[in-house]
Design a protein around this ligand. Structure first.
Ligand SMILES: [Zn+2]
Length: 638
């Protein structure tokens, strides 16, 4: 059946391309259509034609050269350096024999692409190899290097995976799409282990697959993948909305237990998710509570991941089209829009989202082509969950820093590595650069540095304001020299004994990690300040300090030592990556078109129920608040 579809497509392509073009082969690679040709230069000169063809065929089209026209690599490298301006700062060139692509890594990838793609067209015209252009981040990222290496080394296997997937996606549908249902597999009336299972007569999709980081046993840690209707080996696709472990942490397990299909997410989500998954495995191993999967499965996940940009419409099953849209929560976070059948049903799953402009990101998208079912989070869905504005939060932060520095103290800010840390870096950089707080070193400890490096590799996902700064004003706040990476214990001691400074360190709730070490050194001096900018869970040290505990017993090398807390403890609200109650309600009001049904997830029991009933009362939209393991019929039979 696939070959028939492909034959039809090939016929259309031949008719539309100029007759001089020699098409060697047309095939599916995952959701994309690949045309191999002996005259890539002619096709590349007809960019509009390809764009129109893609639109009419409703496929993403990639042009590759037939092997017979490839220039010898050594000569090709010389030629590339001739064509590309020096200012592009190429850092690496490698060749992929399998896909006939040349991978060019450069500090300014825009200059390798050229205006409207002119430079990259020039490259293919001259050397035959189709250029794949990647950004060399200004802060080097180990994770991105590792991912690129894995993909390069496994190019042959990857091509096979994509080829098989392409055939699966482009089958004709077997049944009429007359129903669709959604099962709550985790993260309903709770926060953690988010997982939704969508079934239609033709396909099965998993949306998010997280762990509950605060879980204590098997019953609360992982999603309910043991329901009888779920089997990893007949799943069509997994969609990950963002990198936080409560949304992505259990994906490697799927690969351990027979899943062999794709993961769809944005590029930053892939990078950050890999960082967090590897760290999770590492910590669990050190704490002697190993996870039911390992590094091998993370690698398998990388090989199966297909990255999508916001707004890119993609076939992921014979009857389902996926489009990701900005969710404003962390870098690369997305809302997933699913177009089912011939538009019989359209649903949006928000994942975690922020409906407010932040320093780092634009607010969540509210416009969709069609929408019947909205599945939304309710982390701050309770009536009382109204947070101060960003502006107010920033002022509070600056005030605290100012007064602490004036009395000669240090400021410790425990933060989660991804999201809040970078938001704060942008704020601090601006206030120091403009002289509102005087220049002090800002120390970046632990995984925050690597997460920041990933931010510098994907500037196109940042807010418009930051993109303008980076691309047009040549000013990248993340690489400012006020920031210092902390390497090891010795440097930490120097910081403790040194001049006033600001320290950003993980973990965000002082449950372990270097932030706890800094706390021990700093807490008994009344000049210092501890600032919480994120949620502190019940039972964490952070929460106890917020409650005003003045004596903290901590275990050290088998003995317990009591720390007297003399440092100033401050909590600043308003930096959250989640929408507060007002923003959630405003989002429902603004989302367009107006959904017929809203399913509320990702919140404590009371908050989920409170938000759902308020939505119904205010907007008269039907709401549902399923428990884990419940199924909701989103598109009714008939
Ligand atoms: Zn999140």
């Amino acid at each position: 059946m696939v070959s028939r579809v492909l034959e039809e497509i090939k016929k259309t392509i031949m008719q539309r391309l100029p007759s001089r073009v020699h098409v060697a082969k047309v095939e599916f690679e995952g959701p994309e259509l690949v045309i191999y040709t002996k005259n890539p230069e002619i096709i590349s000169e007809n960019g509009d034609l390809i764009r129109e063809l893609a639109k009419d065929l409703r496929k993403r089209i990639i042009i590759r050269s037939d092997r017979s026209v490839l220039m010898e690599p050594e000569k090709a490298i010389e030629k590339i350096h001739e064509i590309v301006p020096k200012e592009a700062e190429i850092t690496n060139i490698s060749f992929d024999d399998i896909t006939c692509e040349v991978i060019i890594e450069a500090k300014k990838p825009g200059l390798v692409i050229g205006k409207y793609g002119s430079t990259s067209r020039e490259i293919v015209k001259n050397i035959g190899w189709a250029p794949k252009i990647l950004r060399t981040p200004p802060i080097s990222s180990e994770i991105i290097q590792r991912i690129r290496r894995t993909l390069r080394r496994n190019s042959k296997e990857r091509k096979k995976i994509l080829h098989q997937l392409g055939n699966r996606i482009h089958q004709e549908t077997k049944y009429e799409n007359d129903w669709a249902r959604l099962t709550a597999m985790g993260g309903f009336r709770e926060v953690g282990r988010s997982c939704l299972y969508l079934q239609t007569p033709n396909s099965r999709i998993l949306l998010d697959c997280g762990v509950n980081v605060a879980g204590t046993d098997e019953k609360t840690l992982y999603p309910f993948l043991n329901v009888p209707e779920f089997a990893p080996d007949n799943l069509d696709a997994v969609i990950i909305t963002h990198a936080h472990l409560d949304h992505s942490g259990f994906v490697p397990y799927l690969y351990h237990y027979g899943y062999d299909g794709p993961v769809y997410c944005t590029t930053p989500t892939r990078d950050l998710m890999t960082l967090l998954q590897l760290d999770h495995i590492d910590i669990a191993y050190r704490e002697e509570q190993p996870l039911p999967f390992n590094v091998k499965h993370v690698k398998k996940c990388i090989k199966h991941t297909i990255t999508l940009d916001y707004g890119e419409v993609t076939d992921i099953a014979p009857d389902i089209r996926l489009t990701l849209h900005n969710a404003g929560h962390i870098l690369g976070s997305a809302m997933a829009h699913l177009h089912i059948g011939d538009g019989q049903h359209n649903m949006v799953y928000t994942g975690d989202f922020k409906y407010e402009q932040s320093r780092l990101l634009e607010p969540a998208v509210t416009r969709f082509p069609r929408l019947e079912t909205l599945v939304m989070e309710s982390t701050y869905g309770g009536k009382e969950d109204v947070q101060p504005s960003r502006n107010h939060a920033e002022k509070e932060l600056i005030k605290t820093i100012y007064t602490t520095l004036r009395r000669g103290g240090k400021i410790l800010i425990p933060v989660f590595a991804v999201g809040r840390a970078q938001e704060l870096m942008v704020v601090l950089e601006e206030y120091i650069r403009t002289g509102i707080i005087h220049e002090v070193p800002v120390y970046i400890d632990g995984m925050i540095w690597e997460a920041t490096a990933i931010h510098t590799a994907r500037p196109e996902y940042l807010s418009k304001d930051l993109r303008d700064q980076i691309f047009h004003m040549g000013h990248n706040p993340f690489i400012s020299d006020i920031f210092h990476k902390v390497n090891g214990v010795d440097e930490r001691m120097d910081i403790i004994e040194g001049e006033p400074s600001i320290i950003l360190s993980t973990s965000g709730m002082l449950t372990g990690g270097n932030s706890l070490e800094y706390f021990k050194w700093l807490c008994e001096n009344e000049k210092n300040s501890l600032v919480f900018v994120g949620y502190q869970a019940e039972g964490s040290l952070g929460r106890r300090l917020q409650k005003g505990w003045k004596e903290i017993p901590l275990k050290e090398e088998g003995k317990t030592r009591v720390y007297k807390v003399k440092m100033d403890i401050k909590t600043i609200e308003g930096f959250s990556g989640h929408s507060d109650r007002r923003q959630l309600m405003e989002y429902v009001k603004r989302v367009s078109p107006r959904p017929e049904k809203i399913i509320v997830c990702h919140g404590d029991n009371y908050k989920t129920l409170d938000l759902a009933s308020s939505i119904y009362r205010n907007y008269k939209i039907e709401t549902k608040t399923p428990l884990n393991l419940e199924t909701v019929l989103i598109q009714e039979n008939g």
